[in-house]
Write a protein that binds this ligand. Sequence first.
Ligand code: UDP
Length: 213
Amino acid sequence: MTAKAYSTTASPEFVFQKLNEIGVPTHFVRRLNMREQLIREVEIIPLEVVVRNVAAGSLATRLGIEEGTQLPRSIIEFYYKNDKLNDPMVSEEHITAFGWATTQEIDDMIALAIRVNDFLSGLFLGVGIRLVDFKMECGRLWDNDMVRIVVADEISPDSCRLWDIKTADKLDKDRFRRDMGGLIEAYTEVARRLGIMSENEPPQGTGPVLVKS
Ligand code: UDP
């Protein structure tokens, strides 16, 4: 077990806790305190699993599809985690040939990705947000001689595209990437709608008040 430190606007364990509750295995165990969570130690698979429901970002650019186009079905893509190479997209052939994951593990990752997508799409739809796409990572969890694939790392507005259903406003990291401003406000809005404002948020006070003795 490892303790992981964090600091973001919304409770980062919210999604993983919910996934555990519905039987989608993750590396998350429980929150320890305001800054740390207890997670199971996993061997991270060097792949980013991207699930897309609506064309945006690199898919829209690569295939010349207008951003915002609903995809005929959810599409799952794999990217090799390598900063020097800029995380290139890879096929299942590459993944098995280079030994990053087995065919069975790929099937397990796809099955997990579909369940996470269904869960998150419903969760966000309920608060008026469209889940356009997201990235997740998986790890191998060893249990004596048994190994199983679990969802690892974290899923947050940093790794999702979230658009307001009515206004199509972006409520995710694209605000930062595309220099649109209002990132904190957008993250706060997502957390507020989900009812998960973090307890370690700075108080909205008026500043220090001098107390006369
Ligand atoms: N994403 C991520 N980390 C990365 C690359 C992508 O979290 O290193 C997420 C991104 O936020 C989006 C989805 O994966 O929700 C698809 O990203 P895309 O391939 O469109 O790349 P981008 O346009 O974000 O560079």
